[in-house]
Ligand binder design. Structure first.
Ligand code: 5GP
Length: 206
């Protein structure tokens, strides 16, 4: 195996379009797996257990916490979310690149143990645009929109810890940017030490 998998952490406020961007990126970039999180929130219409999330009860989630089964976990909007450790570690060991689509507090926990991971923040180019999108989306009540905007303000403060900001005003441009980041990271010399070694030391008969 030439290298271990790269861990990509994708964050951004609610309404930034992370899910849509990731869906498009997966159509374009091969060899990328998405970690399926565990959550205590109820499934939304169309969401499938094991594909969008592993939907679990509070008790089941707590048992996983006590068994140390999460890379990170948080509470958000009165629900709990966690990244299952075994699944992600196995993929990385096998050399598969893995994307976590998680909020900023969880990303901060991942950062402590994964300095080599790549942190990408997806956002519209202004807070005003985010506000507009959340209000026209119409899927949440004004109270929930206000709560999401309040949380977004704190999430923006953590932008300084991210390696990349991918602006999502235009979906295709944002997808292009995220694909470019992934491809560039894959080609970093430091991530391909045995390839570099082989190229620096060709066999004497060649
Ligand atoms: P939603 O309920 O809308 O699917 O997700 C709410 C938020 O939780 C989103 O910002 C999403 O990225 C985040 N999230 C989903 N799974 C996880 C996880 O495993 N860990 C953390 N820290 N955040 C998550």
């Amino acid at each position: 195996m030439e290298r271990k998998g790269i861990l990509f952490v994708l964050s951004g406020p609610s309404g930034a379009g992370k899910g849509t961007v990731l869906h498009e990126v997966l159509q374009r970039v091969s060899g990328l797996a998405v970690s399926v999180s565990v959550t205590t929130r109820a499934a939304r219409p169309g969401e499938i257990d094991g594909i969008h999330y592993h939907f679990r009860t509070q008790e089941q989630f707590q048992a996983m916490v006590e068994n140390n089964e999460f890379l990170e976990y948080v509470s958000k909007f009165n629900n709990r979310y966690g990244t299952p450790k075994a699944q992600v570690q196995k993929l990385l060991e096998e050399g598969t690149d893995v994307v976590l689509e998680i909020e900023t507090k969880g990303a901060a926990k991942i950062r402590k143990n994964n300095p080599d991971a790549v942190y990408i923040f997806i956002t519209p180019s202004s807070f005003e645009e985010l506000t507009r999108r959340l209000s026209v989306r119409g899927t949440e009540s004004p109270e929930v929109c206000a709560l999401r905007l309040k949380i977004a303000r704190t999430e923006y403060r953590s932008i300084r810890h991210y390696d990349y900001i991918a602006i999502n005003d235009n979906l295709q441009e944002c997808v292009d940017a995220v694909c470019a980041i992934i491809l560039a990271e894959r080609n970093r010399r430091k991530r391909n030490p045995s390839l570099a070694e082989r190229l620096m030391n060709p066999c004497s008969k060649c």
